[in-house]
Design a protein around this ligand. Structure first.
Ligand SMILES: Nc1ncnc2c1ncn2[C@@H]1O[C@H](COP(=O)(O)OP(=O)(O)OP(=O)(O)O)[C@@H](O)[C@H]1O
Length: 839
């Protein structure tokens, strides 16, 4: 069936070549199998005669030919060496397709067919003219962004925001709409339209200070928004028929209206200098902004007219509630002082500023958690709720999209998004992931972009190193890192910004050393030909994170005709949930949730899958579900349909996931005739296991990833424990998906080498802490350091570490938990983790 695929992915035959001579004996009479087993044994004792063997053991004996289970067996059996020839003498036997739990084939494989009409696409009949947008902005959108018609949320939001600017009694705004529906332009266009007329003020220059602030929860998102602002500000200020349109006049008119980005990562002195010069439109992460409001006297923010809280639910989730309250108070305070100084004649400022006009706050979200409703109550005054959530929103009159109450239906994915799931035996997870990526790439013409969500940073690093290291040192392919595509990135923006380092052309990647280079983000894998694989997580330095995004996306610049640079036809991004919210990577073909979200439940699911199928485009969202997690499918379907129970409605057209069998995924990924894909998958698994076995560092990476994954898994909230519980996992099989021959029972030195000082530990939350306490600590974390870190993962890690710490240094002895001198992160196995997880 899939021979075509094999042809398509030319590297396959080479890669799988070894398999033909070493295919294991399967099925048949027991005597045949015994014979095969003996042959295998002979090969074990004469490794020089057979480099690699594969064996599928009989069902009743899952580990017939393995080494005895001893701690550190990976080291001893592998005798890690540095040369490729030595690699070949390593004897590895892998049985992937035996002893797996029985998995029922999906009953309703075509449960959800995406509707023909995309729900987040531009509106068929509305125009920006009809919504009151300025003709220059309309022309700029069409020429530079290729945006000609508004989306449903823009259609609903622009008129009330634009027309009310003269009104003294301005209402705040809450914008709620599906992922990828254009919320960013829904608030940016009115802000720019409001500020442009100030160009006519005789005294206007950037020393006017900050007039609009946009707050985003992560650096990536802040950077992305800032790029859209900059692109909007590179606007011609005269119409096409004005002969002198592109003249320097135009530039002069927008020269004062520059944007800036505050996300930490550069020194405060540098940021202060920037703020002193004046930044009329400022995009920032919350902690850094509060810091400057409180401590930078030259931060002229008294005239601020707009405050936008983008991704409001993530801001709340990451514990920024108090920071935001601080920002609101700080802005009020600064405004009061500035006004007073002008009125008392103590300010050098010229008059004419409308001090009566109040600041308007806009809150944006695709999902609506309870905490966001609280924020709506505290941060917004008489808010207008503007929503565009349902598939039929185009048909609705505008009045139906605007109300005084937030919508209760907050979990609708774009209607054109195809949601699929595959139940994967734990042992097969790794090979199934590779198969799925291969299959998605092979089906798309002209290359594909795929995002893979993984539970924690260690696991991202491991998988990235593993895939990139398969033929380490043997890669002859000429690769080049993504080049800077932002040729005009300095225009219209704050040229002395720390973003400069992002625009430095990246050099060609050097051959990777065996040890992970902390700033490397791109690799290639012979199993996934013509594809660059990137990694992204919160522990990478900011510039590295931005480079990963830029490389994966080709370019983050939204302006058309920018050269899109990529070192390969396809790209894959391995990432944690840090990439789940707000990131707009327009041509993502598919999202794979290799690990289902540990925090954020259905909201997180919606945001993750929302990285594809944006602005009316199609996309696929795949969830890889463990055999013990199969119930999750009904659970998530019920929540997508607004139900609290485990039983989704069986109403046609309601959001649901369609199941695909694991065999089908493997067959489509590895190709071949009949069940040939099994041998190919086994071959792939062997190559992974070899990579791990051949280097002590790789073993450490794999173990660390496995243990961190387990810790992350244990942080699934209690209302999901019936689905996600460590007790339900087969730890040995799970280990196989980390290319380990057996489940590690001891913590790695890597974990143990980072002891927490007592004083530091005191500052960390315990499981008994109130949510408020945790948030408080997150706020402190953000503002104390220069980092806006990956709050969710940091939080998971903290929670798990806190639970472990709470247990004290306990270990199991004679069936009882007793104090020991063991590492505080020692993982004893399923029972122990189960105890931890019950907290
Ligand atoms: N009217 C439009 N027509 C076509 N494309 C549009 C339009 N408005 C915005 N877009 C594009 O749609 C994409 C998604 O926009 P945006 O990032 O603002 O979505 P969002 O609603 O904020 O999504 P999320 O909830 O995931 O953050 C962007 O690439 C943007 O350029």
């Amino acid at each position: 069936m899939d021979d075509g695929l094999v042809l398509n992915l030319a590297a396959d035959d080479d890669f799988f070549g070894a398999r033909k001579t070493s295919e294991a004996k399967k099925g048949g009479r027991w005597t045949d199998r015994l014979k095969a087993k003996r042959t295998t044994k002979r090969k074990v004792s004469h490794p020089e005669k057979a480099a690699i063997s594969t064996s599928d053991a009989p069902d009743n004996n899952p580990r017939p030919s393995k080494q005895p289970r001893t701690e550190g067996a990976e080291f001893s059996s592998a005798k890690p060496t540095k040369t490729a020839s030595a690699t070949k003498t390593t004897q590895i036997i892998s049985s992937l397709f035996t002893s797996n739990p029985k998995i029922d084939l999906p009953k309703n494989p075509a449960a959800q067919r995406p509707t023909a009409k995309p729900s987040n696409a531009p509106h068929d009949t509305s125009t920006f003219e009809g919504l009151g947008l300025h003709p220059l902005l309309i022309a700029h959108l069409a020429s530079k962004f290729e945006i000609k018609r508004p989306t449903a949320i823009q259609r609903a939001a622009l008129p009330p925001i634009l027309t009310e600017t003269d009104n003294k009694d301005l209402r705040d705004i809450f914008i709620q709409s599906q992922t990828g529906s254009g919320k960013t332009l829904a608030y940016l266009l009115p802000i720019i339209q409001d500020l442009l007329p100030l160009s006519s003020l005789s005294y206007i220059d950037r020393s006017i200070g900050t007039l609009a602030i946009i707050i985003a929860p992560t650096r990536e998102l802040a950077k992305q928004i800032s790029e859209v602002v900059e692109a909007l500000l590179r606007m011609r200020l005269r119409s096409e028929d004005d002969v002198d349109g592109e003249s320097e006049n135009s530039t002069r008119m927008t020269r004062w209206l520059v944007s800036g980005l505050l996300v930490g990562g550069s020194t405060r002195t540098h940021e202060k200098a920037k703020l002193r010069k004046g930044v009329p439109i400022l995009v920032s992460t919350p902690g850094r902004l509060l810091d400057h409001i409180q401590n930078t006297s030259s931060f002229n923010v008294g005239k601020c007219r707009w405050l936008v809280l983008d991704e409001a639910d993530q801001l709340m989730e990451l514990g920024f509630e108090e920071t935001i309250t601080g920002i609101l108070k700080g802005l009020e305070g600064r405004r009061g002082l500035a006004k007073q100084a002008v009125l008392e004649g103590n300010s050098p400022e010229v008059g004419g500023w409308d001090w009566e006009r109040r600041r308007r706050t806009v809150l944006c979200s695709a999902t609506l958690r309870e905490s966001v409703q609280t924020l709506v109550g505290t941060a917004l005054i008489k808010p207008l709720m503007i929503k565009a959530l349902e598939a039929d929103q185009e048909e609705k009159p505008l009045t139906d999209l605007i109300s005084n109450k937030p919508s209760t239906n907050s979990l609708t994915p774009p209607s054109q998004l195809s949601q699929k799931y595959v139940v994967v035996p734990l042992k097969l997870r790794l090979v199934a992931l590779v198969a799925l990526i291969r299959s998605l790439i092979s089906k798309s013409t002209g290359g594909a972009k795929i995002i893979v969500f993984i539970s924690c940073t260690d696991s991202v690093d491991f998988h990235w190193n593993l895939l990139g290291g398969l033929h380490m040192g043997e890669q002859t392919e000429e690769t080049s890192a993504p080049q800077n595509s932002d040729s005009d990135s300095d225009e219209g923006g704050d040229t002395d910004d720390e973003e400069g380092d992002l625009d430095t052309p990246a050099s060609k990647p050097k051959p990777r050393s065996r040890k992970t280079q902390s700033d490397e983000v791109e690799c290639k894998c012979p199993l996934i030909p013509d594809t660059s694989i990137y990694r992204l997580h919160g522990s990478l330095p900011t510039a590295t994170r931005m480079r990963a995004l830029k490389g994966f996306a080709g370019t983050l610049n939204k302006v058309k005709n920018q050269p899109v640079q990529s070192t390969a036809a396809s790209s894959v991004l391995l990432c944690t949930s840090v990439a789940a919210r707000g990131l707009d990577l327009p041509t993502v073909k598919a999202v794979i949730q290799y690990d289902l979200p540990t925090e954020g439940g259905p909201n997180e699911y919606i945001h993750r899958i929302g990285r594809t199928a944006r602005a009316g485009k199609g996309g696929e969202a795949w969830s890889m579900v463990g055999p013990s997690e199969a119930e999750w499918v009904k659970w998530i379907e019920a929540r997508l349909q607004g139900e609290e129970s485990e039983k989704p409605k069986k109403v046609e057209g309601s959001p649901s996931l369609s199941g695909v069998g694991i065999d089908s995924v493997l067959r489509s990924g590895y190709g071949g005739k009949g069940r040939e894909y099994e041998a190919r998958a086994t071959e792939a698994q062997l190559s992974f296991e070899r990579w791990v076995l051949n280097d002590k560092d790789h073993v450490m990476l794999a173990r660390k990833a496995y243990l961190s994954h387990m810790r992350a898994y244990a942080t699934h909230p209690s209302n999901e424990k019936h689905i996600f519980h460590i007790r339900h996992l087969h730890l040995g099989h799970l280990a196989k998906s980390f290319a380990l021959r057996e489940a590690p029972t001891k913590v790695t030195a890597a974990n143990a080498s980072k002891p927490q000082s007592n004083s530091k530990a005191k500052g960390k939350p315990t499981s008994k802490d109130s949510v408020k306490e945790k948030r408080k600590r997150n706020v402190k974390y953000d503002s104390d350091s220069d980092d806006v870190r990956e709050g969710r993962n940091v939080d998971s890690e903290r929670r798990m570490k806190a639970v472990v710490r709470e247990q004290g240094r306990l270990t199991r002895k004679g069936g009882a938990m007793v104090r020991s001198g063991a590492s505080e992160f020692q993982v004893m196995g399923g029972d122990y983790l189960e105890n931890l997880a019950q907290h």
